[in-house]
Design a protein around this ligand. Structure first.
Ligand SMILES: [Zn+2]
Length: 124
């Protein structure tokens, strides 16, 4: 039961939609506050958003469309569509498309294999 409870907390979409942002690398959607406190669950090792408001505003976007809950990253199409470092993605809510691009200097700072896998999430 404890496991079930935890899962609900993770997958419930955040309620304050005004502050929702999507990660420009993996399209994970969290509140601004969550990104600032915990960073991105998939990308923080190279985006380093945690406790860095400036990075959060550069690497996440408030402009995105479509929300998908990913409950089972191993079998979900979202997981196949966007693999991060070959590892399963975090359970959570993802945007279908995200407007914006990671800044060049941030891409340059990433390990090259991570940077080369970056695909902007814009729809057009
Ligand atoms: Zn991310």
């Amino acid at each position: 039961m404890a496991e079930r409870q935890r899962e609900r907390e993770i997958v419930d979409p955040p309620t304050d939609t005004k502050t929702l942002r999507a990660c420009l690398y993996c399209s994970l959607v969290r509140t601004l506050d969550q990104f600032e406190r915990e960073g991105c669950l998939n990308c923080d090792s190279f985006l380093q958003l945690k406790r860095n408001k400036n990075r959060v505003s550069q690497c996440t976007s408030a402009s995105f469309e479509g929300l998908i809950s990913m409950l089972d990253p191993d079998t979900s199409w979202v997981g196949k569509w966007q693999k991060i470092n070959g590892k399963s993605m975090a359970k959570g809510v993802y945007a279908v498309s995200v407007n914006g691009r990671l800044p060049r200097d941030i891409l340059n700072d990433m390990p090259s294999d991570v940077a080369s896998r970056y695909q902007p999430r814009t729809q057009s």
